[in-house]
Design a protein around this ligand. Structure first.
Ligand SMILES: Cc1cc2nc3c(=O)[nH]c(=O)nc-3n(C[C@H](O)[C@H](O)[C@H](O)COP(=O)(O)OP(=O)(O)OC[C@H]3O[C@@H](n4cnc5c(N)ncnc54)[C@H](O)[C@@H]3O)c2cc1C
Length: 410
């Protein structure tokens, strides 16, 4: 049944009783931010002609990880599969106007990442660097002396070496990227449904539909979970366990007298990062990671003591000029944190084959979303991954409790 037809008002009133009317979609995507939008976009690009519903409870995306992210992209991962996902997106960024039209612009600034290590972190930094080089990334590994020559504003105290991405890494405007995809969807016969999914119906090894908080029910051929930090709860609605939970991450903005135009996104061995953002800087990354606890889904209050007590002292040590800075603003968002291995879960459930995951990106999902959208669209349309093989991210490892760990979680 065609959604646009049954929604048509007759004599000024809605003809249908939404509670009892069954509306069927070939694909229902839960979550309309970057991952859900990308899946819908690439489904059409792959020639999928069936009906698609993109269900989103918060069309302003006020609390989506997508719009609260730091919007950075890197090649510096520890596993090849993550590098390949980001490389797909990088290629897209470089041909954005071809894909989305002449005025497509996400403000991509290829400023690089600089990941620093002391003696302890050096073996991992070197191993990661080898993996990245094998994937064709443009990363140089330099000792402390060379780094200070390259970046005179840097203090090498406690630093043995650093890996610097000369090209292929940087930052962009997350909201602009999301809007590009959403705009393209409007021309692509996707039904945007503003509602929260409150239940998923299942018959044996098949999901059959979703229930919405407005009382409606959508029959579904395939259900895709693109619910970001809420993905664990959405999976539970289908009776499926997914170890993904929200983890609060604060981001702080500060002003500094000195402007370092050559500054990459710098990651200190402590995990604290800093990068330029126009005329100011953004910083964060002091949360404990594994020992951390799930966020209250309604808590978006930035953790200012973290800045004062932990982040600022590290910044002042690493970049002495940052001893005198002026913090101005902060925000907090929720990571879509996979407690098993901080890596994405992509693809169908092994038993409930028409329930697909696109979850658990643990802080690097924005840059991976285009690749994941393309991969899942290929899987749905052609039955196999063609461009980027995502089998290693499959749910099977979750069922077996087998970690597929990403070491570079920033
Ligand atoms: C502070 C911070 C910094 C980050 N920095 C980076 C970075 O530099 N680079 C990077 O690549 N990634 C980064 N990330 C991670 C990245 O933002 C996420 O991995 C990515 O945005 C996930 O996209 P998503 O569409 O899956 O989730 P989201 O953007 O959270 O979208 C999920 C959507 O699903 C909707 N939804 C949830 N449940 C339901 C329901 N029951 N019914 C209907 N709708 C529902 C939500 O309203 C939401 O809009 C960062 C994240 C944070 C929080």
């Amino acid at each position: 049944m065609n959604w646009s037809l049954i929604r048509k008002p007759v004599f000024g009133i809605m003809l249908w009783n939404w509670r009892s009317e069954k509306v069927r979609y070939d694909v229902v995507i839960i979550g309309g931010a970057i991952v859900g939008s990308s899946i819908a976009y690439y489904l059409r690009e792959e020639g999928f002609s069936g009906s698609i519903a993109l269900v989103e409870r918060d069309p302003q995306f006020a609390h989506a990880a997508t719009t609260l992210s730091c919007a950075s992209i890197r090649q510096q991962f520890s596993i090849p599969e993550n590098i390949r996902l980001s490389q797909f997106t990088l290629k897209l960024f470089r041909r954005l106007t071809e894909e989305f039209g002449a005025d497509a612009d996400i403000g991509f600034r290829e400023g690089g990442y600089l990941i620093l290590a002391g003696d302890n972190g050096l073996p991992i930094l070197k191993a990661n660097h080898q993996t990245q080089m094998a994937e064709g990334a443009d990363i140089v590994l330099e000792d402390a002396e060379a780094l200070v020559r390259r970046f005179p504003w840097l203090s090498a105290e406690g630093i043995t070496a650093g890996a610097y991405g000369r090209t292929g890494e940087g930052w962009f405007d997350a909201h602009a990227m999301l809007m590009l995809f959403r705009k393209a969807l409007r021309e692509n016969k996707i039904d945007f449904i503003t509602a929260g999914v409150t239940g998923i119906e299942r018959q044996g090894d098949c999901v059959t539909g979703v229930n919405l908080d407005n009382g409606e029910r959508l029959d579904a051929g395939i259900v895709v979970n693109a619910a970001g930090p809420n993905a664990g709860k959405v999976s539970a609605m289908a009776g499926l366990v997914l170890p993904v939970e929200p983890r609060k991450r604060s981001v702080f903005i500060f002003e500094a007298r000195e402007k370092y135009d050559d500054m990459p996104l710098l990651v200190d061995p402590s995990g604290i990062y800093v990068r330029p953002e126009g005329s100011v800087y953004i910083t964060g990354g002091a949360e404990p990671g594994e020992g951390d606890s799930p966020a209250d889904p309604g808590d978006f209050e930035p953790d200012w003591p973290l800045f004062e007590e932990v982040i600022w002292p590290v910044l002042a040590t690493r970049i002495p000029a940052f001893e005198a800075i002026k913090p101005t603003r902060a925000w907090a968002g929720h990571y879509d944190y996979n407690t098993l291995d901080q890596n994405a879960v992509i693809g169908p459930h092994p038993q409930v084959g028409n329930f697909l995951f696109a979850n658990g990106f643990s802080g690097h999902g924005l840059q991976q979303a285009p690749a994941v959208g393309k991969a899942l669209a290929e899987l749905i349309v052609h039955g196999v991954y063609r461009t980027v093989d995502c089998s290693a991210f499959g749910y099977e490892r979750v069922a077996e409790g087998r970690a597929f760990r990403e070491l570079n979680v920033i």
